[in-house]
Write a protein that binds this ligand. Structure first.
Ligand code: MCN
Ligand code: CUM
Length: 788
């Protein structure tokens, strides 16, 4: 294994990203770079109201605009049976409003024109007559008697209730709580946030009127699933649909679902017979595409007086917006929230989640969340700190006392998960060593005594994630089982092409997946091209989200490479005229046991596999192989994070001074890429903990439609990250790897919030909700005299 940064490893190890060659030179190719002959441009008219009846739409003036080629409304779509589309949660969502608008920014009409500017201009010529209705903005009021009913399109629907879901054993949990010495309870909100990828969403649709083939270039994290959905929604034959997902400028979960704009671009192309491009702008992206979180949680934690945690119970009110469009496996309406027991050895747990409609944009579980594990980790890690506060214990010591022990793995959690592997105490110890935890506590004490005015806080979070959905017998999205295909072709000269179903949005798949093949076959990663993001070129699979690429497609890649290796063994045995049983593998070649000089390299074997070499009966030649990988379980990455902040009690300003992150994602394919993933996720955690919220006023007006209001963390808010690692391989994954793409976003917000609240502890503040903006911190300190 090579670990130098600039040489190319023949397998796992640090290696610069292959894709950087084009990204750093501005040679990436994004949807907005697609320009086809005769292409037209679309623009979406959006609702100014959060809740209103659509009385009439007059499009005549827009249609008369000399550059306008078509104006599409809900009525046009109704005629094609396309006014509504299925969501990822088996609800329906309006493509263009017919009866009512249900959130501010909802799609009402679509204009197709010669250019972008004309399309935008013509939106202003459309005259919509709305009759305003009272909106439901506060999820806590959504189930009130007499609350306005948002989804009166659903037969017989008389309230805003979506689902009730529970996990764990409520009887056992209540029993445990009854005999506990201490019960700490806390309400907490994980506010609505937005992934805000650098590239907004868009599509270019091209329906060829002659062949009847529809090609859609689009920003999607799951091209194959989109293809199947287009086939089901539009009734087009699936082999006549090609979805191409070119380079993507960040997804973070925002690009999992199908948006009305994509469908409108397709309809626009069918109606005009020309390709149609639609790209949303920043405020459209922030207002109308998949939000994340919005979980109102009530948590309770029970413990003995000496700090042994016994049980946890939780009630959640989940704000799903106007249409239930959350993305998660069918059987999990609250995503994987039920891993909220976290990393602790407890006796019983129970959660009950209720989903409600409000007059806000649909979406949910986007933003590097591992399907609601962000909310779960935040809940348990805040509760543990609340318990430490009540017990007067050090939060580090309380965690250490309750962590699962290495010998408990594989561990059956009280809410139905099987954690595959872990050494939790080692990770927390490592983080405390890097941070110098005892010294930090001492410094905090001295600073408090010196009374220099600023408040120092130390926050810990320990998280366990469940990533890599399937297996398909437990997990599907709209009936499509969660398994991934991979194909590997080895050319006669020994160069290879790997075809994947998963889709990179910036995670460096072209590098790391080539490294997996390199590790298995001993071909240089530079000699392996990774093809993805084109449904005509790649095998079916469920796409990239929930950090599933390495756990699932990575498994597929290792298995397909091993199949190639087995084929190569037969060919090598014919070349060397020995039995395959006499051959031994070392990276890159098969050789005769006991005679290391007689061997054949993988490229010699590849050439022979295409030659006139006589092969045993039943062996067809060539080395190519395919595989569908259906994972036996999820993988369970984990980590220990320590954050140090300084808080100015006069202004409420928080400065993150230090951040230590020890991650365990099993075997690391490319440590440099893993560290990059962690850096990005930590920055996002600071954004959520301190800056970000999608706010609405009482009329349902969206208050975060630009980066002036919705704040993105920059290097100014981030300290120099201090990273550490432990490696506990996944026992069931072919290369022992677990996912890493979302770990830091999942784990970091709790560490930052715990640090800020640790700083405010001398004032008796036990909890305050995110984002901990200067105003929020200042408010939390009002009327609270410093305790001495
Ligand atoms: N990796 C590795 N060794 C491991 C695990 C992962 O070298 N043990 C590498 C992988 O091979 C891959 C990268 O790290 O190159 C991330 O892998 P993985 O954890 O499998 O996650 P995915 O590739 O499935 O990416 C999805 C994940 C999600 S769900 C979100 S949200 C998110 C994230 O990745 N969106 C991102 N990271 C992102 N990074 C960028 N730049 N852009 C996004 O939109
Ligand atoms: Cu939940 S965001 Mo990622 O799974 O694409």
């Amino acid at each position: 294994m090579t670990t130098t940064e600039n040489s190319t490893p023949m397998g796992f190890g640090r290696m610069h990203r292959k894709e950087d060659a084009r990204f750093l030179r501005g040679r990436g190719h994004y949807v907005d770079d697609v320009n086809l002959p005769g292409m037209l441009h679309g623009a979406v008219l959006r609702s100014p109201h959060a809740h209103a009846r659509v009385v009439s739409i007059d499009t005549s003036a827009a249609e008369a605009h000399p550059k306008v080629k078509a104006v599409i409304t809900g009525q046009t779509l109704d005629g094609l049976d396309l006014a509504w589309m299925p969501t990822l949660s088996a609800d329906v969502q309006a493509v263009l409003a017919t009866d009512k608008v249900r959130f501010q920014g909802q799609e009402v009409a679509f204009v197709v024109a010669d250019d972008r500017y004309a399309a935008r201009d013509a939106l202003e010529l459309i005259d919509v007559d709305y009759e305003a209705l009272p909106p439901v903005v506060d999820a806590q009021r959504a189930l009130d008697e007499g609350a306005p009913v948002i989804r009166d399109d659903i037969d017989g629907k008389r309230d805003n209730h979506i689902f009730d879901w529970e996990a764990g054993d409520s009887g056992r949990t209540d029993e445990v709580f009854a005999r506990a010495d201490v019960v700490s309870a806390q309400d907490m909100l994980y506010p609505r946030v937005h992934p805000a990828p650098m590239e907004t969403c868009g599509a270019v649709a091209d329906m060829d009127p002659v062949t009847g083939k529809l090609t859609v270039w689009t920003t999607t994290q799951a091209p194959h699933a989109h293809r199947t959905l287009y086939a089901l929604v539009a009734g087009l034959p699936e082999h006549k649909i090609r979805v191409i997902s070119p380079d993507i400028g960040g997804g973070f979960g925002n690009k999992v679902g199908i948006y009305p704009g994509y469908v409108c671009a397709v309809v626009g192309s069918i109606v005009t017979g020309k390709p149609v491009k639609w790209m949303e702008d920043r405020s459209e992206n922030l207002m109308s595409t998949s939000f994340a979180r919005d979980y109102h949680m009530h948590g309770e934690i029970a413990a003995s007086s000496d700090g042994k945690i016994l049980g946890v119970r939780v009630k959640v009110l989940a704000d799903h917006g106007a249409f239930n469009g959350t993305a998660q496996p069918t059987k999990f309406p609250a995503g994987f929230f039920s891993v909220f027991t976290g990393s602790y050895d407890i006796e019983a747990a129970h959660c009950a989640v209720t989903g409600v409609y409000t007059n806000k944009a649909p979406g949910g579980v986007a933003y590097a969340c591992s399907f609601r594990i962000t909310e779960a980790v935040y809940l348990i890690e805040r509760l543990v700190d609340v318990l430490a506060f009540d017990l007067g214990m050090d939060p580090g010591e309380l965690r250490m006392r309750n962590l699962l022990q290495p010998e408990q793995f594989p561990y059956q959690s009280k809410t139905g998960w099987e954690y595959d592997s872990g050494d939790y105490p080692r990770a927390l110890t490592r983080a405390m060593e890097i941070a110098g935890y005892p010294e930090l506590r001492e410094e905090q004490k001295q600073r408090a005594l010196a009374g220099d005015g600023t408040l120092m806080g130390i926050g810990i979070s320990f998280f366990t994630e469940a990533v890599g959905a399937g297996p398909r017998k437990h997990m599907d999205i709209l009936g499509l089982g969660m398994a991934d295909g991979a194909e590997l072709r080895v050319h006669p000269t020994g160069k290879a092409v790997l075809r994947l179903s998963c889709q990179s949005q910036g995670q460096g798949h072209e590098t790391t997946f080539a490294q997996i093949v390199a590790e298995e076959l001993g071909i240089s990663p530079d000699d392996i091209d990774v093809v993805h993001g084109d449904t005509d070129q790649t095998p079916f699979g469920l796409g990239t989200y929930g950090s599933r690429s390495t756990p699932v497609s990575g498994g597929a890649t290792a298995v397909v490479a091993r199949r190639v290796r087995e084929r190569a063994k037969i060919v090598a045995s014919a070349m060397l005229e020995v039995s395959p049983d006499d051959l031994e593998w070392e990276k890159g070649r098969w050789f005769v046991q006991g005679d290391p000089d007689s061997g054949r390299t993988i490229s010699e074997i590849a050439l022979a596999a295409h030659s006139d070499l006589e092969l045993p009966d039943g062996v067809e030649g060539h080395l190519d192989a395919t595989c569908v990988y259906n994972p036996p379980n999820l993988t369970y990455p984990f980590g220990a994070y320590i954050c140090v902040v300084d808080v100015d009690p006069e202004t409420g300003q928080v400065q993150v001074r230090k951040f230590v992150a020890v991650d365990d994602c099993g075997v690391r394919i490319n440590p440099m890429i893993v560290e990059g993933q962690v850096h990005g996720g930590l920055a996002e955690g600071i954004g959520m903990a301190l800056m970000q919220v999608m706010a609405f006023d009482e009329d349902g007006n969206h208050l975060g439609g630009s980066f002036m209001d919705y704040l993105i963390p920059t290097s100014m808010e981030c300290p120099t990250w201090e990273l550490g690692e432990t490696v506990t391989p996944s026992p069931h994954h072919p290369i022992g790897a677990k996912g890493i793409g979302e770990s830091a976003t999942v784990g970091s917000p709790a560490a930052v919030v715990n640090a800020v609240l640790d700083a405010l502890k001398p004032y008796g503040v036990r909890h305050a909700d995110m984002p901990l903006t200067p105003a929020a911190v200042w408010r939390a300190l009002q009327n609270r005299p410093l305790r001495t």
